[in-house]
Write a protein that binds this ligand. Structure first.
Ligand code: ZN
Length: 136
């Protein structure tokens, strides 16, 4: 596979705030099984969080590791060609994420970021959700 198509694939897979991605579906079905009630993609909130648990005043973002730059994660590699282009995109994204988090926190929301790579181990993911949501 050549470099360009690999980059393009990464791009397509990781576009910002892509709705109903596979990692997002994994988190949703797990929350459902755990008995939580939630809403999706609330447009009235900054950043349109992927999952909103109103009872816990918690907004969950399921972030792609590549696009949202998961630190020290192997999925957050930097493509070798068009480096300036990618660095600019990544910077913009990180800035946007920071702004959204701040806006949500300022209005009293708890934020939980689930990274794409964290959805690969369901038991670890479940533990994280339980801790954050004080699930009995
Ligand atoms: Zn990751």
């Amino acid at each position: 596979m050549d470099v360009i198509s690999k980059e393009k694939r990464s791009w397509n897979m990781s576009r910002i705030r892509n709705k109903n991605t596979k990692p997002e579906m994994i988190v949703r079905s797990l929350l459902h099984r755990m008995g939580y009630r939630f809403r999706l993609h609330k447009k009235c909130l900054p950043g349109k969080p992927d999952i909103v648990l109103k009872q816990y005043r918690t907004a969950i973002f399921v972030n792609g590791c590549f696009w949202h730059r998961h630190e020290n994660c192997k999925f957050a590699y930097t493509p070798k060609s068009r480096k300036d282009f990618w660095m600019k995109k990544f910077r913009e994204n990180i800035e946007r994420d920071k702004l959204v988090m701040k806006q949500l926190e300022n209005s009293g929301w708890e934020i939980l970021i689930i990274w794409e790579c964290e959805t690969k181990d369901i038991s670890v993911l479940q533990k994280r959700l339980k801790e954050k949501l004080h699930y009995e």
